[in-house]
Design a protein around this ligand. Structure first.
Ligand code: SF4
Length: 454
């Protein structure tokens, strides 16, 4: 149903009434002229993406900041995107795409992963507006995906603007941790280097981006995606919170409808789909799924299903679950913390030094030493916050101390930090802290520890 406008278009019944306010209807009709050889005609007359005019040797990254954008509206920052999302909640992907391209001109680009989000490129082509496409080449994609990029470029007559990771960062990662560290300590670090930072660089040259996120892709993290929103995680070229707009034209479309659309439009698809892959990412982190399995089960299958975002869409994860992007927290003002609760005391370095130095405390303290990017810390957040709620009003104080980055050495030397999370109880009448010895971090186990020692 969400594809109603484009479906009727496919049936040949699209009228100006169907797409009220949609300026490209007449041109769209030309897309289906059967006697015209599709590729060459489209490349010449319909699709004139900005990036198609680039030479391969051109630098594309600074381009976004320097090219003229004649159709961009002047007062983008005054737009109420929540209101717009509601207004466009039932619009077709084609209408949403058209609105996005019309509004942001050359300052917007489609993020293309090499999977079924090729539908976005097809929709963009159907608007007959110029459009840009970028993709993150992590260096770990399947050969089939690289082939597919080439096919898409030729099919649409575009040059995809590839964003590559920083070579020094990749080198440091693989030299220190090997090529498959994500199987050992989670995918966030590798994704941060190979995907998130290149994405951040790309988005800094834009004022808006277009994603292929759908609500049905990940029930845990994507259930509430609006068709347009102020990006909750990344900055655009103007800098600061709110400087980037994120369009999700297929948010309300179901996967099978995307496939029907691709088939009907004869759009090329990644050959991995024929091998059972649905969601496609990097080769070591993606696998085919069985019939009946959810597509996200084919991604980072060794990790907790709730945390299956690579960081590109971390705003989908609720605030208290976000901890994936910024490592030691020095990269961005939009860094997100965890263990956020009014019942928890955030201890500074001076605060925990004072606490640790007290010989006779007036009340016992339970403190978690954590790193917000650590998935084990993330996993225990719910139980720790619940514990803090239960202990609110009792004599036991519950706190947290962020012990990564420059605090790590101190925490290792003075606070028994081994790995994250480390939980310490500072008893009432003892100078020494007691380290929680168990891997069980449910509320009852933690409460038993507190009650035994307080
Ligand atoms: Fe690294 Fe896997 Fe993330 Fe790709 S998906 S960047 S290989 S962790």
């Amino acid at each position: 149903m969400a594809l109603s406008a484009s479906s009727s278009f496919l049936r040949g019944s699209t009228t100006s009434h169907d797409l009220k306010g949609f300026r490209s209807v007449r041109l769209l009709d030309k897309c289906l002229v059967p006697s015209v050889p599709g590729d060459s005609y489209l490349r010449t007359f319909l699709v004139k993406p900005v990036c198609a005019e680039l030479k391969r040797s051109d630098s594309v990254v600074p381009l976004a900041a320097t090219m003229v954008a004649p159709e961009v509206e002047d007062r983008i920052e005054t737009e109420d995107y929540e209101k717009l999302a509601k207004e466009m909640g039932h619009a077709s992907p084609l209408e949403i795409m058209d609105r996005a391209l019309e509004k942001f001109g050359n300052d917007i680009a489609i993020a293309f992963s090499g999977a079924e989000d090729v539908a976005l490129i097809e929709y963009a082509k159907l608007t007959s507006r110029p459009f840009r496409v970028f993709s993150l080449d992590t260096g770990r994609l399947n050969p089939e995906t690289y082939q597919f990029f080439d096919t898409v470029e030729k099919h649409y007559g575009i040059n995809i603007e590839y964003m590559l990771p920083d070579a020094v960062e990749v080198q440091a990662l693989v030299r220190s941790k090997g090529l498959f560290s994500f199987y050992e300590d989670g995918h966030q670090e590798c994704c941060r280097v190979r995907k998130v930072r290149p994405l951040r660089r790309a988005l800094k040259g834009l004022r808006a981006w277009i994603t292929g996120q759908r609500k049905d892709q990940s029930p845990g993290t994507r259930a509430e995606i609006p068709v347009v929103q102020v990006d909750p995680s990344f900055e655009g070229m103007d800098g600061g919170v709110g400087s980037l707009v994120k369009w999700n034209p297929v948010a309300n479309v179901e996967g099978r409808d995307i496939w029907n659309f691709l088939q009907a439009m004869n759009v090329p698809v990644n050959s991995l789909h024929l091998q059972g892959y649905i969601s496609i990412g990097c080769e070591p982190c993606t696998r085919p799924v069985l019939p009946g399995q959810h597509e996200r089960e084919g991604r980072w299958w060794w990790e907790d299903a709730k945390a299956k975002e690579c960081g590109l869409h971390k705003g989908n994860i609720r605030q208290e679950e976000v901890a994936q992007l910024n490592g030691n927290g020095n990269e961005s003002a939009m860094d997100n913390d965890i263990f956020n609760s009014q019942n928890l005391v955030t201890l500074s370095r001076a605060g925990i030094e004072n606490l640790a130095g007290l010989k006779n405390r007036r009340e016992p303290w339970l403190v978690v030493l954590y790193a917000p990017w650590c998935r084990f810390c993330q996993a225990m957040e719910g139980s720790y916050v619940e514990l803090a709620e239960k202990l609110a009003g009792s004599e036991v104080k519950v706190g947290k101390f962020r012990a990564d980055g420059e605090q790590k050495a101190y925490a290792q030397q003075e606070l028994q930090l081994g790995s994250f999370p480390t939980i310490l109880l500072f008893p009432k009448h003892s100078a020494s802290a007691v380290k929680y010895p168990s891997e069980k971090r449910d509320v009852d186990s933690l409460m038993a520890f507190v009650n035994a020692l307080r």
